[in-house]
Design a protein. Structure first.
Length: 232
């Protein structure tokens, strides 16, 4: 199934769309989606989304940012401008907090400013706040008090829904059983779902072939045998 060099395409295609219309909701992310959609009626000024890589945290954070008009903050370089925004009650989204990878004083001041001025902060992380290795007692207390919603690893329902929509957006007709077959054989992440759709589309165009179960099976098998080349 190897492509001729002039047809072998390794780019990842168009950037993933991060709108509410592109969000597929399943058991894995239903509670997180409900949190996003319940804003501004949150019980606290801050909330946390926690889940494994590829579970859709950034997509949900992006939807909330669009909904709330939030300012995006770099978790590794929380700035004075971020604090000014919090003091002005501008919502903030801090996507990708990692243990030991942020300024504790800066985050503490942001949380205080949001609470004092009626703002909101949405934070995302692979881990729950209890595992963020926070040394400042008051900050640790604030984080542990913030509502935390866990996003599960994408289930079959979510992967199938995402791939079905991605194929549909490309105006590609793929049998539901084929999509289910693909979902059961790829890494369980939304990024993997997006990449396999992109690359199956390109491979099918190059070979002038429909995406059938044998076609998808051979392509996935080739990837498994050539992971370094595919960089999947």
């Amino acid at each position: 199934m190897r492509e001729p060099e002039n047809q072998f395409l390794l780019d990842i295609g168009l950037p993933a769309s991060m709108t509410r219309d592109d969000l597929i909701v399943s058991r894995a992310n239903r509670e997180a989606a409900a949190l996003i959609e319940s804003w501004p009626d949150w019980p606290s000024s801050a909330a946390v989304l926690a889940g494994p890589p590829g579970s859709g945290k950034t997509h949900l954070a992006s939807i909330w940012a669009q909904r709330s008009g939030a300012r995006s903050c770099d978790p590794t370089t929380l700035s004075g401008a971020d604090l000014d925004a919090a003091q002005a009650a501008t919502p903030l989204v801090i996507d990708g907090l990692q243990p030991g990878g942020f300024d504790e004083d800066a985050l503490f001041h942001l949380l205080n400013a949001a609470r004092a001025n009626g703002g909101s902060i949405l934070m995302t992380s692979v881990q729950w706040p209890a595992a963020w290795q926070v040394r400042t007692p008051d900050l640790r207390s604030r984080l542990l008090a913030a509502p935390t919603v866990e996003i599960g690893e994408p289930d079959d329902e979510l992967l199938v829904g995402v791939m079905t929509k991605l194929f549909s957006d490309r105006q590609i007709s793929v049998d539901a059983a084929v999509v289910q077959f693909i979902a059961s054989r790829i890494e369980r992440s939304l990024e993997s779902a997006r990449l396999i759709v992109d690359r199956l589309d390109k491979a099918a165009l190059a070979r002038k072939s429909k995406i059938t179960r044998p076609f998808a099976s051979a392509y996935i098998k080739e990837y498994d045998e050539n992971q370094d080349e595919f960089d999947f």
